[in-house]
Design a protein around this ligand. Structure first.
Ligand code: ATP
Length: 738
């Protein structure tokens, strides 16, 4: 213990030193550096780099070192959350990053396959003080004993599993199990599926995989960023501290509903409406609806456009040919629109030419090319012509198009259309999460005519060039003033080596937002890697959105088809993935439940067996000896109040999981719970509906009125507890709980 404490002291001395250095260089770098653009750029980059190191050092302060491996060759390595090196010429490692190949035996070695190890040690720290050591002997011939031997080898794991919950997920870096480690470090570059029952560590594994990939492919992923998609904001908050604790911050956490910049999807859909909006058929329906917005006048009823030289007639034939030509470009709607417009303008100009210049005696047209060009210009500038074009082929934003479409859904069955229709008067109704993939789809179909933006960007660039030229002129002005001596003026000044264009670009490069920040603001961002948690819940339309964000298909998908509750959810992996990667994905499984004790799991499995006969849940790694209970109550409010007192852990969290319709009743008897708002999981008692409980866990759980839950929702609710479970009902209960 003494020796380990000495090591920890040395380690933290070095950390403090590094932290001081990083803070100093950030501070130095922030002080003004004059006007040199290159210097400013370098300074900004340094600040980003050093503050990243500082953030990592601060974040992992908690228990920086947690393990040690002693090799048969007599060497030993300490393992920690990040790697730390000495300040010597060799930069000797003091602490090995858990993700480095050298650290791998810490997770994989067994007595059977010791991977060169004599001993594995787990260190437990309280701040900077070593409080516990647990050793496992891996070389069976090694007779040396330390007095800290842990014969079962799982004391540290069990302590972690039994510890009180805080409302925020912790990392598992000290106790990653071999089957989990294999997935975390899986070399597959494409789509990796991680499947497993409740509590098998899928979320934990996915987050550690993100940290591993950021370590392994630092350069690429720092540039392209990692996206982690979860089912709701409360869940994202729940997992938000895991990666920072591992020293990783450049990650974007988001729900699918937040992935269309500028849209806040605060509305809700009925389950039926969400299912229709999420179905794959919507893609075809929207494409057809966009084509419908490319209209033709009725044959025989042309649009008559008033013009100074007489009316112009935009008839079916002209519009049809223009539309065909525009569609033949295969461009999205807004980008094909100019092609349509040119054709129409050409045809109307020809009409005018014919009328004005026609020789009544049948000779050639009187008008020369210049006259015709002049006429064309006039036609192209006519607001009436533009109005006619807009009527037939309107410029559309995704929002405008989708609002129009939802007011009058087409290309669907009558029932489906009725399920998603919203009256035009609902124009102000907020977007719903299921609308977001539709907006994204619409954005693809419509395309973004950015000619106006590009013109604005170019104007801004010209302005920067003018400004930069000003800076250079100043430098030139000062030269004649300062360097009167002929020789001195040989010194290269800024204006000698750069021109205004280049300086202007430096200004532009000054976008030092992190990749994750830039990605969040850009609908067309291509992420380096995407992790999707609770992947079974996503609709086919949501998958289309996500696949657009991942052109390289570098993804980790985490889920449990047995926990699917969304009607629109796809469930089967092959069904989700076939359209994108056919069968080129890796399927991995986790089979041990680290959360739910066997007593509770037994009860939960019975519920699922009602739907899937013979269902075998993942084996629980531990039992508590405390049986879950199911009770009938006449006065549900009073019974909940009493049960909450009974189940509340001394330290830790309790969740009451009840159908939304009962939240008012439940909340009345329980102090401090909040109804309606986004749940704050760090409170002692949290009230949730079954959907909100997805992916979360608590020390104790009280499930209220299970007869009102769907089977998979109930299964999810019953598997959230790490210690104790109670079930209360006034109405009927599913047979499995009776
Ligand atoms: N190797 C491990 N060491 C310590 N704790 C672990 C380990 N693996 C998993 N756990 C813990 O088990 C619990 C369940 O993990 P996690 O939430 O990742 O499971 P899951 O498979 O995503 O569950 P669900 O599908 O039910 O949401 C968490 O508290 C997690 O920290």
């Amino acid at each position: 213990m003494q020796k380990e404490q000495e090591f920890i002291d040395t380690l933290y001395a070095r950390v403090d030193e590094l932290r001081g250095e990083a803070a100093d260089s950030v501070r130095d770098a922030i002080t003004p550096v004059g006007t040199g653009q290159q210097a400013r750029l370098e300074r900004d980059l340094l600040v980003v780099e050093r503050s990243g190191l500082l953030a990592a050092l601060n974040a992992v302060e908690g228990s920086l070192a947690f393990g040690r491996i002693d090799l048969k060759d007599g060497t030993a390595h300490h393992i920690g959350r990040i790697g730390i090196r000495r300040d010597d010429t060799e930069h000797t490692p003091i602490l090995i990053d858990w993700r480095a190949p050298v650290a791998r035996p810490f997770y994989l070695a067994t007595g059977h396959t010791p991977m060169g190890l004599r001993r594995r040690r787990h260190l437990t720290l309280d701040g900077r003080t070593v409080t516990e050591l647990h050793d496992e002997i891996l070389d069976l011939e090694d007779a040396e004993r330390t007095g800290y031997e842990d014969p079962s080898g799982d004391a540290v794991l069990l302590a972690a599993l039994n510890s009180a919950r805080t409302g925020r997920m912790g990392d598992i870096v000290q106790t990653i199990q071999a089957e989990q480690d294999n997935i975390i470090r899986h070399a597959h570059q494409g789509v990796l599926v991680v499947e497993g029952g409740p509590g098998t560590g899928k979320t934990a594994v996915a987050l550690h995989r993100a940290a591993y990939l950021l370590y392994e492919h630092r350069e690429l992923l720092a540039k392209r960023a990692v996206l982690i998609v979860g089912p709701n904001p409360a869940f994202l908050k729940y997992i938000s501290e895991v990666l920072p604790a591992l020293g990783e911050t450049g990650v974007l956490l988001s729900t699918v509903a937040e992935l269309f910049p500028g849209v806040h999807a605060t509305g809700t859909d009925s389950p039926r409406a969400a299912a229709v909006k999420g179905a794959a058929a919507m893609a075809g329906a929207l494409a057809a609806a966009v084509a419908d917005r490319q209209e033709l006048p009725m044959p025989g009823a042309p649009i008559v456009v008033p013009h100074d030289d007489g009316d112009l007639v935009l008839d079916w034939e002209i519009a049809y040919e223009a539309r065909q030509a525009a569609r033949d470009t295969k461009l999205p709607h807004n980008l094909a629109r100019p092609h349509f417009a040119f054709r129409v303008i050409d045809a109307l100009t020809a009409q005018l030419t014919e009328r004005i210049g026609a020789d009544p005696y049948g000779g050639p047209n009187f008008l020369g090319p210049d006259d015709i060009a002049q006429l064309g210009k006039a036609v192209a500038a006519s607001p009436d012509v533009h109005a006619a074009i807009e009527e037939l082929w309107p410029q559309l934003t995704p929002q405008r198009f989708l609002a129009d479409y939802l007011a009058e859904p087409t290309h669907l069955t009558d029932d489906d259309a009725a399920a998603i229709r919203r009256a035009p008067a609902d124009g102000d109704r907020p977007w719903t999460p299921a609308d977001v993939p539709l907006l994204d789809e619409a954005a693809e179909l419509l395309g973004h005519d950015d000619s106006a933006e590009r013109a604005a960007a170019e104007a801004a660039r010209q302005e920067r060039i003018a400004y930069a030229q000003g800076v250079l002129d100043l430098s030139k002005g000062s030269e004649t003033y300062e360097f009167e001596d002929e020789d001195e003026s040989e010194v290269l000044a800024a204006h000698d080596i750069v021109d205004a264009d280049r300086v202007a670009d430096w200004y532009e490069e000054e976008d030092h937002r992190s990749a994750a920040e830039r990605a969040a603001a850009d609908r067309t961002w291509a992420f380096g890697h995407i992790i999707v948690d609770e992947a079974q819940e996503l609709s086919p339309m949501a998958w289309r959105l996500l696949m657009r964000r991942s052109p390289t298909r570098s993804m980790t998908l985490v889920g449990d088809p047995a926990q699917t509750s969304e009607e629109a959810g796809v469930g089967a992996w092959s069904e989700i993935l076939a359209p994108y990667v056919e069968d080129r994905y890796e399927h991995t499984r986790l089979g041990v439940n680290y959360r739910t004790p066997s007593e509770i799991m037994e009860l939960a499995a019975r519920v699922l067996r009602a739907e899937i006969p013979g269902y075998e849940p993942p084996a629980s790694v531990r039992s508590t000896g405390v049986a879950p209970w199911v009770r009938q109550a006449d006065d549900l409010g009073a019974a909940v109040a009493q049960a909450v007192v009974e189940l509340a852990p001394e330290e830790g969290r309790l969740a009451v999981i009840a159908p939304r319709s009962l939240h008012e009743v439940v909340a009345r008897g329980v102090d401090g719970v909040v109804v309606g708002a986004e749940p704050d999981l760090t409170r002692d008692v949290v009230l949730l509906d079954p959907r909100q409980a997805k992916g979360l866990e608590f020390d104790s759980v009280l499930v209220v009125e299970p007869g009102l839950f769907g089977v998979s929702d109930l299964y999810v609710a019953l598997t959230r507890a790490t210690q104790r479970l109670g079930v209360l009902h006034a109405g009927e209960v599913p047979a499995a709980l009776a």
